[in-house]
Structures are given as C-alpha cells and as structure tokens.
Ligand binder design. Structure first.
Ligand code: PHE
Length: 504
C-alpha cells in the first residue's frame, strides 16, 4: 500500500517536516533544564557524542526502514523481514532476566513492565517493536508534551498585556502557579493542556502535511531570528560570561552516571528517535532523495538550534541570579525576565511564545502521525475516526499529567498512589512519562532498530536504500554501516550499564 509515496512535495519539504518534528520544545525547554540539572559543558560533550555517534546513525536506520518498506512504523519491520527471528527471541530472554532482577529487588512495577515487553517480543517478535514505537512511546510523549504546550499557550496569551515582564514579583508567582497548576491557575493549566492536545489532534485530522511544510518554511527562520536577538541581549548583560563558562568549560567531576543517561535520552528526544517518526515520515519520501545528505542536514539543524538556545538561556540565567537547577520550569521562569530587559518586551515576548507554540505543534503532530497511520491501516478507519479514537484514549491522561507536574501537591491521593502503592521512584506522573520514554523506551527501541538493520534486514539492503549520489554519500554510508554494527549499539549498552551503576 503506497498511496502516500508522493507525499512530500520535495526533498526540501521533507527535510523541513523532519526538522519541524525534531526542533521543538526539546531544544529549548528540555535541553536547558536537563543541561542545568546535570552540570553544563561536560554534559554537552556527552550529548554531542550521543547525537553524532548514536542519533545520526539511528535516524538513517529509521528513514531507510520507512522508505524501503513504504509502510509506517507499525508494519515496516515485519514487512522487510520475518516477524520472529533469533534476535527477537534473544531480546525477549534479556527482558525476562531484567524482569527477574527487578522482581528480586521488590520493584514490581518495573518487573511487570519488563515482563510485558518480554511477552510482547515472544508473541509478536519484531511486530512488537513496531507497536511500541507506533503507539506506546510517541503517545506517552504526546501527553506530557501537551502539558508544556499548554504552558506556552498561557504565556502567549498573557504576554501582550506586558505585566509579567514589568513586575518580576507578580510574574514569579503567576508563572509558578501556571507550571504547577496551582491556586487560581489550576483550571487554566488543565484547559490549556487540553487545548494544545486537541489542536494537535485536529491538525493531524485535517491531514496537514502541506500546512506543516508551509508553516515550517515561514516560522522556522523566524524563531531562529528571535533566538539570535535574545542571545545578543543576553550576552551583553553583566555576568553573562558565567553562562558561557557553564556551557563551554567542561567540569567532568560534575558528570554523574545519571547525567550520561540523561544526555543519551536527550539525544533521542531532540531528534524524535525511537518513536516511529523517522519511519513514518520516511515512508512518504520519494526515491530520488539521498538519505545521508538529508539526515545530516536535519541533525545539524537540530543541534544548532539547541546550542543557540543554550547560548540565549544560560548567560541570562547567570546574570539574573537564577539557579540552573530549577528543573522543568526553568525556561518559563527565565524567559520573562529576559524579555523584561528588552525594549518592547510584550511584543518580543508574544512573538517568541507564538513561535514556540508553532515549533511545538510541528513536533507534536509528528508524535500522532505514526499512530494514526497505524490505526488507519489496521482497523480500516478513516483518518478522522482514527484521530477521534486517539482523543478518547489519550484525552483523560492530559489533565492528570498537567496537575501532576508539581509533585501532586494539588492531588496528594494520586501522588500517594504512584509513589507508595506503585513504588515509583519518580515523583510525578509527568516525570514518569518523561523519564520512561526518554531514558528507557526511546534508547531501547533505538538499540533494537540498530540491531535489526545490522543483523536482520542486513547491510546490503540498507546500503542500497541510502541512494548514494556521490563519493561523499558512498563513503558516509560505508562508515555508517560500520558505526551501526559495532559502535552505536555498544555505546547505548554502555550508557545503560553506567546509568544502572553497573559499569565504571
Ligand atoms: N523532537 C521533539 C522536540 O525536540 C520531540 C519529539 C519527540 C517529537 C519524539 C516527536 C517524537 O521537541
């Protein structure tokens, strides 16, 4: 089934849509809070290594699987090779071992999760990996992403009034209430998160690829211009150099095992890997594009966006005396202070949050696209009905996540349930979704994809799919195959072991 083959109007349209998916809240909101939490430059180096040695190779795997199969993430792998192989069986055995280890430690929730994955791998082989990257991971991300998207909607609405920029004390309290869904903002935050989620769903329902392409073309450059304006302002503030030191002078003593895992997770999140997007979007790509060139362009654009965001946020942070360890609300507290220092702050503020909203939407749309494609194929539903099904299933989770962002201070019973009954270490449902997807599901799916391409689908087919046009493409593809087979999987496994405290 390939009615979508002509989907992207051009290679450039595809690059923009993929960049639209990659560049989003991950580059500004998540990158800065994670980097603040794990200590700056040393983290950044691990992150960059993860981007180029793990992220780029996996993106190429995903794009080539999508294009070669012509199918979305749900069926791509079972289309190209047998459903069950020795490797899928081995993965199931490894998962059973993990489940046993967790059960022995009394961590029954994690044990159950591993057991669930083991069963899936045993019964459905590679089809289960397809299921995970189509439904599980991207939809979990879509839920917590909607909460952050909701914060941005509220910011975009209150920015034109200008008070949050003029009165720091007022803004500190209001903003705190928004990101923690407390006090007067309880319902506002819930409504905004739902609004973001529904907006995403309706755009996907309308079949917006053309819209996304057009949006991205106009708004992506604009967001870059705005970030550069903020960088210039930030760098001319007193103490800005502290921010630069934090960004660029590595202090490896600050790098924890957790930090290494976080860098890996961030690399996956920011490039939208291990969540079906590359396969879904790749399935709409024409044969004439060279994959090495497109993948490199997307990865470089995304990395550039994150570094620019860091250049804007950290100098600002140090010059305003805020702590980089603020957590998920970091940019939401820092940016209004920054805009307050610019002339015409309500204008810049509003523009910026609107841009951010658009960047967030081009990402969140990509989270739903693979699932919608999968539902349409499997249940023979129309696009509209597939989206409605998603709204019914996911919708209720959005408010739950929104109110949990503040450690359940508003709904302590729910908090107790998660931390005491289920014995989850993470403090909120929001954090659970964020951590589970970025630290576990995405890297694991990435690892399995690497192994699938090397040992199941095979190097020869993968190389053919690259479409090499010149010596660079060819050399790059050869190197890529080597990295996919021998380097990236080893690095992902090492990061896991380090994260679990088993390795160095
Ligand atoms: N890459 C997006 C961002 O940086 C997030 C994302 C993750 C999008 C997974 C799709 C799938 O904001």
């Amino acid at each position: 089934m390939s009615p979508n083959k002509e989907f992207w109007s051009s290679s450039k349209g595809f690059v923009l849509a993929m960049a639209g998916s990659a560049i989003g809240l991950g580059n500004i909101w998540r990158f800065s809070y994670i980097m603040g939490k794990y200590g700056g430059a040393a983290f950044m180096l691990v992150y960059l290594a993860a981007i180029f040695l793990i992220g780029l190779p996996i993106m190429l795997c995903e794009l080539s699987l999508g294009r070669a199969s012509g199918k979305g993430p749900l069926e791509a792998m079972t289309e190209l090779a047998p459903k069950k192989t020795k490797l899928s069986f081995l993965a199931a055995v490894a998962l059973i071992l993990c489940a046993t280890a967790f059960a022995l430690k009394g961590l029954y929730f994690y044990a159950g999760t591993c057991g669930f994955f083991a069963l899936g791998a045993l019964l459905f082989g590679w089809g289960f990996l397809g299921f995970t990257v189509t439904f599980l991971t991207p939809l979990m991300i879509a839920v917590f992403y909607s909460v952050v998207g909701g914060w941005i909607i509220v910011y975009a609405i209150i920015s034109p009034m200008g008070r949050i920029f003029r009165e720091p004390a007022f803004s500190a309290e209001l903003l705190d209430n928004i990101v923690t869904a407390s006090g007067s903002q309880f319902w506002v935050t819930i409504a905004a998160a739902l609004a973001f989620f529904l907006a995403t769903a309706f755009i996907v329902m309308a079949g917006v690829q053309k819209g996304i392409e057009r949006f991205s073309k106009i708004f992506m450059p604009l967001i870059f211009i705005l970030i550069v304006a903020i960088i210039i302002r930030a760098l001319t503030l007193p103490n800005a150099h502290e921010g630069l030191r934090f960004l660029f002078l590595p202090d490896f003593s600050k790098l924890s095992a957790e930090g290494v895992m976080a860098a890996l997770g961030q690399a996956f999140f920011t490039l939208s890997l291990g969540s079906g997007v590359g396969i879904a979007y790749g399935s709409y790509l024409g044969r004439s594009s060279s994959l090495p060139k497109t993948a490199c362009t997307i990865v470089i654009m995304d990395t550039f966006a994150s570094i620019l965001a860091g250049l804007a946020i950290f100098p600002l942070l140090f010059s305003t005396g805020l702590s980089p360890e603020e957590g998920t609300s970091l940019v939401f507290k820092v940016l209004p202070v920054a805009f307050g220092k610019l002339p015409l702050s309500p204008l810049w503020g509003t523009l910026f949050f609107l841009m951010l909203l658009l960047a967030a939407l081009t990402s969140s749309i990509s989270m739903l696209e693979g699932a919608v494609q999968g539902i349409m194929q499997k249940l023979y539903l129309s696009r509209a009905k597939a989206v409605i099904l998603l709204i019914i299933v996911l919708g209720p989770l959005v408010p739950l996540t929104a109110v949990s962002a503040a450690n359940y201070s508003n709904v302590p019973k729910l908090g107790q349930f998660f931390t005491e009954t289920l014995k989850l270490r993470s403090e909120s449902f929001f954090a659970i979704l964020d951590n589970t997807t970025c630290l576990w599901l995405m890297p694991l799916a990435g690892l399995m994809t690497l192994l699938y391409v090397s040992y199941v689908w095979g190097n020869k087919s993968a190389l053919e799919e690259m479409n090499c046009f010149n010596a660079f493409d060819w050399l790059f593809s050869k190197m890529w195959l080597f990295v996919v087979r021998f380097i990236s999987p080893v690095l992902v496994i090492m990061a896991f072991l380090k994260g679990l405290g088993i390795f160095f």
